[in-house]
Design a protein around this ligand. Structure first.
Ligand SMILES: [Zn+2]
Length: 220
């Protein structure tokens, strides 16, 4: 089944990884704009969104009766699931495997592109030392942010209907989590007729209704 997801920053949004530019240490992800020579567009890679969704699913799976192996290191997942059926989180998100047909994800996430052209802003921050969690003395760096409220749109495909509850739980949990470089995002599900068909009459229908509305803010 396929449905659309819209994302928007509740705070300033930075998904780093873009090519460094003069005066910018951490640039927002960009790619060549299709059909426009020399033009770039901001985007959120599907892999970034899927990774964040996996962490969210890992936190909530067991509380709602889904199986989770507890392993977060991708290098150890194959060993963990050498025999038998993998846990629900690994079935949904997949895991690296050398064996044919093993570890294949049931979930596909497209890249997210902005609904309208964003006007980014550069913010100077104090670098935090990863070990002491204190400000590294005198070190400043510039991040490229997209202001709150700018919407990005992407698509999600789910292959196994029995994992739909875990997917909806992860989407809901992601709205309470950190995304990218410490940002908070809101998200909303739309064009979800196939999804509704899969959850109608189940305990997940209320959650789907909730996911159709922005959680954090009224329309800007
Ligand atoms: Zn697992």
């Amino acid at each position: 089944m396929k449905f659309d997801v819209r994302i928007r920053g509740v705070t300033l949004l930075c998904v780093g990884g873009g090519r460094p530019e003069p005066g910018v240490d951490i640039a927002f992800m960009k790619r060549v704009k299709p059909g426009e020579e020399g033009a770039y567009e901001y985007y959120i890679p599907g892999s970034s969104f899927k990774g964040a969704l996996r962490s969210a699913a890992s936190r909530v799976a067991e509380a709602y009766g889904f199986k989770f192996c507890g392993e977060v290191d991708p290098r150890r997942l194959e060993e963990r699931h050498e025999r038998g059926e993998p846990c629900d989180v690994c079935r949904l998100f997949g895991y690296p495997s050398r064996l044919p047909g093993r570890g294949i994800s049931r979930l596909f996430v497209s890249d997210f592109t902005p609904v309208k052209e964003p006007e980014p802003l550069i913010v100077t921050r104090v670098r935090i030392d990863d070990n002491s969690l204190r400000a590294a003395e005198g070190v400043l760096f510039n991040l490229e942010y997209i202001p709150p409220g700018i919407e990005f749109r992407g698509e999600i495909w789910l292959v196994d209907r029995d994992l739909v509850g875990l997917l909806l739980l992860a989407l809901a949990e992601l709205r309470l989590d950190r995304f990218g470089r410490g940002s908070i995002i809101d998200l909303r599900v739309e064009d979800d007729a196939e999804l509704e068909e899969a959850v109608r009459g189940t305990r997940w229908m209320g959650l789907l209704k909730d996911l159709r509305e922005w959680m954090w803010i009224e329309d800007i």
